[in-house]
Design a protein around this ligand. Structure first.
Ligand code: ADP
Ligand code: MG
Length: 392
């Protein structure tokens, strides 16, 4: 079915990458790695307020294979999901000629990691193969970064701790593609664990594994396949409004604020928008902490309620949803076997994540296909492992 995405599995992608490597470079690879995509379960638009996020790693992965080449050049071929290939070559960095961002744009995700790899790297050849949907909000960017980093660890024998790895990959994304991302994506892609979600404290940067034994339930991700082009000021405006609320309360961020502080803001005559944003942030922080707790107790009923509350708050208070996301959540609300559903990611399009009884997934998909106005794609997912080296 074309509206269904099925993970190919790392062994299939590894074989494909290895075959392509042998054909392109006429020898066998010596190192291989993989790193997953991710989806955030709850904790939206609160990372920049020093709140919490609760992502899981997906079974979709990016695989990298390759070998050192003694030429001082880095030659990389990336095979995209469609089968189309992109290629890039650049000189391995030396102290006198460090790497700089440039074109093609996609290669900056690789170069940034090479540039930040501890101890440096000499020339290598590599093939990348992925089934993580690219540019769909499932973090193909962190997936390729962490897969390359892990591959370089295998190639050179130089390794670092997981937190350090995630931070170096985040730094790579800041410096080379120029994307000022938070730490969530690189953390979960690096530290993901099968049947666990990762509760990340965006203030202390500590992360806690949350057991997520779903039993008869599944995580269903539905992509609206829309991305509304807005003015570009939405995200900075939300950030600024949250910071205004924190400043008015004399706090470094809204992390320390409580529901009682909303009264204080009202008395200061701050704008309706600032009040709404602050209410979302304060309540979403407590919802995310609660999901971490009740997930461990397998209280999925409550997890589902909190998903719906989160969605409504993002839609009405944060105002970052869109008609397609709202429609999908409304179709799921009250459908048999659905515990909860919410938009995931920055909003204005992208995906809905839902907790659904496995036996009801097919019925739910039919229901969505018959009433949703757009063309959705679905995948069912279990929380999966983070990046690792693969045996060749
Ligand atoms: P997301 O991380 O949600 O998928 P981003 O815009 O952050 O979206 O990152 C997508 C970009 O990352 C792509 O446009 C491309 O430049 C790069 N990218 C990710 N995965 C790959 C890959 N396997 N091969 C080449 N480029 C990739
Ligand atoms: Mg990304």
């Amino acid at each position: 079915m074309s509206n269904e995405l099925v993970a190919k599995g790392e062994r299939v992608l590894l074989q494909q990458a290895r075959d392509r490597f042998v054909a392109a470079f006429n020898r066998t690879p010596t190192a291989a790695s993989c790193a997953p995509g991710r989806v955030n379960l709850i904790g939206e638009h609160i990372d920049y307020c020093e709140g919490f996020v609760l992502p899981v790693a997906l079974p979709f992965v990016t695989v990298v294979v390759g070998a050192l080449n003694n030429t001082g050049e880095c030659n990389v071929i990336s095979v995209l999901g469609s089968g189309e290939e992109v290629k890039a070559s650049f000189l391995a960095p030396t102290p006198s000629s460090p790497l700089k961002p440039g074109s093609p744009a996609w290669a900056n995700y690789v170069k940034g990691v090479v540039a930040n790899f501890p101890g440096g790297v000499s020339g290598f050849d590599a093939v990348i193969v992925t089934d993580v949907p690219i540019g769909s909000g499932l973090s193909s960017s962190a997936s390729i970064e962490v897969a390359i980093f892990t591959f370089l660890e295998g190639l050179t024998g130089n390794t670092v701790g997981l937190v350090e790895k995630a931070k170096l990959c985040q730094k790579a994304e800041h410096e080379f593609p120029g994307m000022p991302c938070g730490i969530m994506d690189q953390y979960i892609v690096t530290m993901g664990k099968k049947d666990h979600a990762l509760l990340i404290d965006c203030r202390s940067l500590e992360a806690q594994q949350i057991p997520m034994e779903l039993g008869e339930l599944a995580v269903l991700v539905t992509n609206t396949n829309v991305k509304h082009q807005l003015t570009g000021s939405e995200y900075p405006t939300r950030r600024a409004q949250c910071q205004e609320a924190a400043d008015r309360l004399g706090l470094p961020s809204l992390r320390g604020a409580t529901v009682a502080d909303l009264e204080k803001l009202k008395q200061q005559n701050c704008s309706e928008d600032v009040l709404k944003r602050a209410k979302h942030v304060i309540e979403e922080i407590s919802r995310t902490e609660e999901v971490g707790r009740v997930m461990t107790e397998k209280n999925f009923q409550r997890v589902g309620e909190l998903f719906y509350q989160s969605h409504d708050s993002l839609s009405q208070l944060m105002e970052v949803s869109c008609p397609e996301l709202d429609q999908l959540v409304d179709i799921m609300r009250g459908a048999p076997g659905v515990y909860g559903a919410r938009m995931t990611g920055g909003g204005f399009g992208g995906c809905v994540v839902a907790l659904v009884k496995k036996t009801e997934v097919e019925n739910l998909k039919k229901r969505v296909l018959s009433s949703y106005k757009g063309t959705p794609t679905f995948f069912v997912s279990q929380p999966s492992d983070g990046a690792k080296l693969l045996k060749l």
